[in-house]
Design a protein around this ligand. Structure first.
Ligand code: RM4
Ligand code: NI
Length: 288
């Protein structure tokens, strides 16, 4: 049985869903998973990062994200030092704004964790000393807000957290190594879909962008995102439609068309499959 770290034990009793845990050094901890996610910055030393059956050599400057359900541990530590930024994405409900337009964001948060095996972890983010300094500075600021907990800390801590996520996403985007570049190419197909979800999807265009064979691309995409590109676009369209249903009084058919469906019955079926209720019921529910 893998030990599961509980939100209640790791976040402040007020329930604010970001916490900073410094490990200087990381002590033996044991295999575990979390009810939350963890952004890890290796600040010094060496060690093995174990996820399931696999293990990866860590060094200073490595940054990676551990989704909650992924069991992990550290072994063979030689003065391994790290900073964990614990966060619960759902409880945070941050507006991502144009973050998904950064390929580095998808690469760091979605693709690398799922795809590490193929790249033997060579596609991870490794910060330059300058970027490391900036990142640690931001974490220090975040930590300060969280410790003082003065009125307004929730807003400020969230803002600093967003800065960290945005900054690291940009850092990934600047990565030069071959494996990271390969991951960024797939990430770019995702950013393309994010901004063109309402258009007809051209699979060949995506394959071209990835510079991979069609077969490898499809496999890689699905492994990383949990959906085929087509299914992913449908998710984007439905999410956008859900927003429009709440925020506008445009009719269902128009909304379906405006997000890229060309058949409103098909839209309603897909919507229902996703949310368990019809678009109309969804709107009713959110009007209350
Ligand atoms: C541990 C180790 C784990 C982390 C907890 C919060 O020392 O770094 O990975 O989840 O702290
Ligand atoms: Ni952990």
């Amino acid at each position: 049985m893998v030990r599961i770290l509980k939100k209640d034990d790791w976040f402040h009793p007020d329930g604010f869903p970001i916490a900073v845990e410094r490990r200087d050094p990381q002590e033996p901890f044991g295999l575990h998973a979390h009810e939350f996610s963890e952004l890890v910055i290796i600040t010094g030393g060496r060690g093995l990062h174990v996820t399931g059956q696999d293990s990866w050599q860590l060094g200073t400057g490595d940054v990676f994200v551990i989704g909650g359900s992924r069991p992990h541990d550290y072994l063979n530590m030689e003065n391994l030092r790290l900073i964990n930024v614990l966060f619960d994405q759902e409880d945070l409900s941050i507006e991502l704004m144009d973050l998904p337009s950064l390929a580095g964001y998808h690469a760091l948060f979605h693709l690398e964790p799922a795809w590490r095996k193929r790249h033997d972890f060579k596609s991870r983010l490794r910060l330059t000393p300058t970027d490391m300094k900036i990142s640690v500075g931001l974490v220090d600021e975040l930590d300060g807000e969280l410790n003082k907990r003065n009125a307004g800390f929730g807003f400020l801590a969230t803002a600093i957290f967003m800065q960290i996520v945005g900054f690291l996403s940009r850092c990934y985007g600047r990565s030069r190594n071959t494996d990271s570049r390969a991951l960024l190419r797939i990430a770019r197909t995702i950013t393309h879909l994010e901004s063109h979800y309402a258009d007809a999807i051209n699979l060949d265009e995506l394959v071209d962008m990835s510079q991979m064979s069609k077969r490898s691309f499809l496999r890689a995409f699905e492994a990383a995102m949990g959906y085929t590109p087509i299914a992913y676009v449908i998710q984007l369209r439905i999410a956008r439609a859900a927003k429009l249903l709440c925020q506008t009084d445009d009719n269902v058919t128009n909304i379906a068309y405006s997000v890229g469906f060309n058949d409103s019955n098909y839209f309603s079926r897909q919507f229902r499959k996703h949310f368990g209720i019809t678009p109309r019921a969804y709107r009713q529910h959110h009007l209350k």
